[in-house]
Design a protein around this ligand. Structure first.
Ligand code: G1P
Ligand code: ZN
Length: 547
């Protein structure tokens, strides 16, 4: 240990736009690069916390542009604020689920994760920061609101004068009295995966000629996927595509959806298709799974994982329950019912799952936005979902397509799609939502074509563990036949507003499980447009992205 460094107090002025959204604070990189902007937010985090003196803080990010600079700022501020140890991933790298795993494994006080997830990176793209609590998950609203309150009145922040810390070599150094420990970003996560899944069964699967392509999208999962898939599990070299994390993700959107990972979809549908195609996003928490000739919607993936988790050693005792975000399809509900376990419907965003996981109410969680995870960490986890699928395939000795089809035959199929209208004017978006709220009371009982409205509301959630209430979490229109339309505005965008429209229809009849999704939902899609007057309020004839 070296002598404590003198604390430097830097005068600053408050910014008024630092309210964390669905997943931390996300802004254009240039906003974060303004003098004091990041430091203000970091001080607001520290000032909202109590009792961390002498304790450990985990710091890492997805490697995007500004990651390294941000880490140096955070390290020095953490030293000045009195943390006893800072644990940082080598080169500043930690995937979001790995950061959660490290916080838990090291019993840290909390962690700071630098990422704007699936949003593009670079000087003209996006950056983000969020705080995770000691359980490893995103800070609950009580803390994010305290951070925001502090950010509005901040007048100074604390830092130290010190040379930049070497974060590229494993080992320990001291900055003043604070230990800085640079760790292998992969090791703890890799051990955790080996403890949950049957690696020898998956190795045997690959040895038998099973083929895979995993696209790391030049983002954070490359090193994790190479070590686990090509290393531990014996997948062929070249299984991992775009495995080097790049600061600008190779100019791509690291978003594993049907737009930005279309090449993977095309491959999976082609004659040259491997047995499974998969991908993860910028920070490694989302997943995409496509079997040969069979796309798996995230909502179906959640349901299939819940139904089959017991096939993986880490879940062989069965699952305690399932949680899904409200807009996620009801496919998982049918599985939970059959298993006789609890099902919870929460607002959008992983932070709402934390209490349920901590209380042991649920084991598996998921969102329609390509997120699935379990109680092993407190974030969604892209590679975990892929490994779970590999474990299921290895045990069931069936193809992805056979497993999906068998699931639908047993539980029925929830046709599901999300239509996004990106970067629309904020006033129009707000007017659309206000218009819907006004209509809510008059909708029940109305008949539109073959559809009768059974109920309509603005979703609110009373957390069963801590009693906190979250209101206005999305407009729901529920129909008598179980179909749904949900509208909400994104809380992760960085310019203008994004309207998300979620459309779902349940089809029990296996003879009708082969419809094209948009066709199967056509009546609901048209109705979603007319009820909300989407064209009038957005000026758009069609969504920007359909998933
Ligand atoms: C989006 C997704 C949500 C997810 C979040 C963070 O948030 O819809 O499910 O938790 O990204 O990955 P939104 O932009 O809709 O607020
Ligand atoms: Zn992400």
């Amino acid at each position: 240990m070296t002598a404590p460094l003198p604390i430097k107090t830097v005068a600053t002025r408050a910014f008024n736009d630092q309210r964390p959204g669905t997943s931390g604070l996300r802004k254009k990189t240039k906003v974060f690069e303004q003098p004091h902007y990041l430091a203000n937010f970091v001080q607001s985090i520290f000032s909202s916390l109590e009792g961390f003196e002498g304790k450990a803080l985990v710091v890492g990010g997805d490697g995007r542009y500004f990651n390294r600079e941000a880490i140096q700022i955070i390290l020095k501020m953490a030293v000045a604020n009195g943390f006893g140890e800072i644990i940082v991933g080598r080169a500043g790298i930690l995937s979001t689920p790995a950061a959660s795993a490290v916080i838990r494994h090291e019993k840290a006080f909390g962690g700071i994760v630098l990422s704007a997830s699936h949003n593009p990176g670079g000087p003209d793209a996006d950056f983000g920061i969020k705080y995770n609590i000691s359980a490893g998950g995103p800070a609950p609203e009580k803390i994010t609101e305290a951070i925001f309150a502090h950010s509005k009145v901040i007048e100074s922040y604390k830092t130290v004068e010190a040379p930049d810390v070497d974060i590229d070599h494993l080992g320990e150094t001291f900055v003043g009295a604070t230990k800085v420990r640079v760790i292998d970003p992969v090791a703890i996560y890799r051990d955790l995966m080996a403890s949950l899944f049957d690696f020898s069964a998956i190795r045997a699967l690959f040895a038998s000629g099973f083929t895979m392509k995993f696209d790391a999208m030049s983002a954070v999962t490359g090193p994790y996927a190479k070590a686990i898939l090509e290393g531990d599990l014996g997948a062929a070299p070249g299984t991992v595509l775009n495995g080097e994390p790049l600061p600008d993700f190779g100019h791509h959107h690291p978003d594993p959806n049907l737009v930005h990972a279309k090449h993977l979809y095309d491959l999976a549908m082609s004659d040259a298709a491997p047995d499974i195609c998969a991908a993860s996003d910028g920070d490694g928490d989302r997943n995409l799974v496509i079997g040969r000739g069979q796309f798996v919607t995230p909502s179906d993936s959640l349901a299939i994982i819940a139904a089959n988790a017991h096939l993986a050693p880490g879940y062989s005792q069965g699952i305690a329950g399932v949680a899904r975000s409200m807009p996620t399809s009801g496919a998982a509900d049918r599985v939970a019912k059959k298993l006789g376990v609890g099902i919870f419907e929460t607002p959008t965003g992983w932070k709402f799952f934390g209490n349920l996981l901590d209380a042991g109410k649920v084991t598996i969680c998921g969102e329609e936005s390509a997120g699935a995870g379990s109680n092993h960490v407190r974030e969604k986890d892209g590679l975990w979902a892929v490994l779970m699928w590999l474990n299921i395939l290895a045990v069931r000795k069936q193809s992805v397509k056979e497993i999906v089809r068998a699931h639908w035959a047993e539980f029925g199929r929830n046709y599901y799609s999300r239509h996004d209208y990106e970067e629309i004017a904020t006033e129009g978006a707000n007017a659309l939502v206000a218009g819907l709220r006004e209509k809510l009371a008059s909708l029940p009982g109305q008949i539109f074509g073959s559809l009768t409205v059974a109920a309509a509301d603005d979703f609110s959630y009373l957390d069963p563990i801590d009693g906190s209430l979250s209101q206005q979490q999305g407009i729901r229109i529920l129909f008598a036949d179980g179909s749904r339309i949900v509208y909400r505005l994104s809380g992760t965008g960085t310019s203008g507003a994004t309207l998300r429209v979620y459309i779902e229809r349940y089809e029990p009849d296996p003879a009708r499980h082969d419809l094209e999704t948009q066709a199967a939902l056509a009546e609901l899609i048209a109705l979603a447009g007319s009820i909300a007057e989407i064209r009038k309020h957005t000026g758009r004839d069609a969504p920007t992205v359909i998933t």
